[in-house]
Design a protein around this ligand. Structure first.
Ligand code: GDP
Ligand code: MG
Length: 212
């Protein structure tokens, strides 16, 4: 299927999937406190959460036309436990399994084959940006940027008053390591849906490129 160029279908609804939807593992990496858990929780409670009915939430997701989700969690989010979100993007369903880890070395050892790598820092925490830079460098040196989705995320944009990492620095780091970049606020649900869509879009683009 062509990826990225299919126009969204207004009012598209969930259709029964004959086979299990593809499952993509996505590692969320970042220093303690940058908001990884909050981001994943925000994915779960997205306004695009699919109720598969005519409830206001479902109607609002249908109006947006291109994405719906449902979610499932497995245990708590500490120690790398998994939480999955089912997303319908451009008419195709996929299950994103988020694995939340702090240590990049452990992440690479455990989840080296993950389809998505989301590296998170806080715009109000310089040390977390340094950690993100180190982690991203390791992901890059594995050659992951060629065939996997790699996204740098500057979280907590609501803390503009205490910002210490400016947007240009984030963008420059992402350019250096050839990955995508977005600033979000997990706490205030700003750009969180855009990030969720971006993760799946990048995974599809990279897999499409890989298979030719
Ligand atoms: P983790 O250690 O990376 O999983 O971080 P958490 O998700 O546990 O978040 C750490 C703290 O930052 C918590 O108190 C969150 O409420 C707070 N937090 C997370 N995201 C945001 C955000 O976007 N803005 C603000 N102001 N606080 C946030
Ligand atoms: Mg956490």
């Amino acid at each position: 299927p062509s990826v990225g160029s299919v126009p969204s279908t207004p009012g598209c609804s969930k259709v029964p999937t004959p086979t299990a939807p593809p499952q993509h593992r996505v590692v969320m990496i970042g220093a303690p406190g940058v908001g990884k858990s909050t981001l994943i929780t925000q994915f779960m409670t997205s306004e695009y959460m699919c109720a598969y009915d005519d409830s206001p939430a479902a109607s609002s997701s249908l109006r947006s036309g291109w994405m719906q989700c449902s979610s499932r969690s497995h245990g708590n989010d500490e120690g790398g436990a998994e939480r999955s979100v089912s997303v319908v993007l451009e008419g195709e369903e996929a299950e994103l399994v988020f694995i939340h880890l702090q240590d990049i070395t452990q992440a690479i050892a455990r989840e080296g084959h993950a389809d998505g790598w989301v590296v998170v820092y806080s715009i109000s925490d310089r040390e977390s940006f340094k950690s993100a830079s180190t982690a991203l460098g390791k992901v890059w040196s594995l050659g992951h940027v060629t065939h996997r989705a790699v996204i740098l995320v500057g979280n907590k944009t609501d803390l503009e008053r205490t910002r210490v990492v400016n947007t240009a620095e984030g963008r420059t780091l992402a350019t250096t390591y050839e990955c995508k970049f977005i600033e979000v606020s997990a706490g205030f649900d700003h750009n969180v849906d855009e990030l969720l869509v971006g993760i799946l879009t990048q995974i599809r683009l990279k897999q499409h490129a890989q298979t030719g």
